[in-house]
Design a protein around this ligand. Structure first.
Ligand code: AQP
Length: 344
């Protein structure tokens, strides 16, 4: 069956939105708006899989919404909302909990990383995170999902869940007139030069909101001085930049900074190296500071302006949630029929 092309993606309101979230996800969301209908979600149900202070969470939800808008997402043409306002996400997630297999979830590396050694003390929600993510996407029967590299495994699981639901319920799907398949197999969109931005302090670690060192990441709300300081202090190696991409192999910090430059400038690593090959890091970092400040400065300023008016942000979220809920509700009616529930 041919599905209408639709983009869905989400960002957790867990504080400290950073350059990785921007280059790996939000910047890509903006670019896709011209080609697709898009639904962009502040995934607050995902956020509480680890402890969130109830006094802080509303601010974090509004800050991600502000980031979406400040980066250029148009909430009138597309849909922007927070997940907890559309109950169908959690409803479909339960059904997917009964479709997904324990063995599949046991393979998820993000759970292993986040639960760490204290696995027994991790929330059930953290373990079941990927089934909720599948439901976020599939409750809209979305076909394309822009994400950073770290979400690839979860996307593959979403495809497995969609496939198993389609297979398990094939007869019922046909009997209810939905053709041969009910859910599309959503395609990950993981492209560009910054699909995995690394920590500025350690080229082997992903740049992350939860890293205890603020020096490891550039926050979208950092001012010019903070951006400059963090880039100047970023870990490097003693050699000048290579003039070809091959020369970045085995040099994770150099590769990271060149990738960040390329993604911010909208160009490729190769063309950055054509310009800065053989340059010392001091020269390259000065150019990177100028570029980062010119691209991120206006975003940070606009985010601050938007979060100062929480009522306007809440109105955007309420409007988006209303429109999202209409689509999600239709999907859930069909899913209930397919599964065999009795409904009014
Ligand atoms: N370092 C990164 N490079 C490229 N893309 C990234 N993303 C996250 N980190 C990087 C992408 O940003 C989107 C939103 O991510 P998220 O906030 O929902 O959760 P996450 O992937 O768990 O991000 P963090 O920053 O690492 O958060 P914490 O520390 O809370 O776990 C996703 O598309 C993600 O791929």
């Amino acid at each position: 069956m041919a599905f209408k092309e639709l983009v869905f993606s989400g960002v957790q309101p867990t504080g400290n939105l950073h350059l990785g979230n921007y280059l790996g996800a939000i910047k890509r969301f903006v670019e896709l708006q011209d080609r697709y209908d898009c639904i962009y979600c502040v995934v607050d149900l995902h956020a509480i899989t680890v402890w969130q202070d109830p006094a802080e969470l509303p601010r974090a939800i509004r800050e991600v919404t502000a980031a979406f808008i400040a980066c250029g997402i148009d909430p009138r043409k597309h849909i922007v909302f927070n997940q907890s306002q559309v109950a169908e996400h959690a409803e479909l997630a339960w059904i997917f909990n009964c479709v997904a297999r324990l063995g599949w979830l046991n393979r998820m590396t993000q759970f292993k990383e986040k639960a760490g050694k204290d696995r027994e003390n991790a929330s059930v929600g953290l373990y079941a995170y990927p089934t909720l993510m599948a439901s976020d996407i599939l409750v809209y029967r979305a076909t394309h999902v822009p994400v950073g590299e770290d979400q690839k495994q979860h996307l593959e699981l979403s495809r497995d869940i969609a496939q198993k639901f389609n297979n398990d319920f094939a007869a019922s799907i046909r009997a209810h007139g939905f053709g041969d398949t009910f859910f599309p197999l959503p395609e990950p969109l993981i492209t560009g030069e910054a699909t995995r931005v690394m920590s500025l302090r350690d080229g082997a670690k992903k740049m992350s909101k939860s890293d205890s060192s603020d020096q490891s990441r550039i926050n979208l709300t950092d001012d010019a001085d903070a951006i400059a300081l963090k880039i100047r202090r970023a870990k490097t190696d003693p050699h000048p930049l290579p003039s070809e991409e091959k020369g970045l192999e085995g040099r994770p910090e150099a590769d990271n900074l060149v990738g960040i430059y390329a993604a911010l400038a909208g160009t490729s690593r190769a063309s950055v190296l054509a310009q800065y090959g053989n340059a010392q890091f001091s020269t390259f970092k000065t150019a990177l500071v100028d570029l980062a400040v010119s691209k991120l400065g206006p975003i940070g300023a606009e985010m601050k302006r938007l979060v100062a008016d929480p009522l306007s942000i809440d109105a955007v979220l309420a409007d988006g949630a209303g429109r999202a809920q209409k689509v999600a509700h239709e999907t859930m009616k069909a899913v209930k029929d397919i599964v065999g529930f009795v409904r009014a």
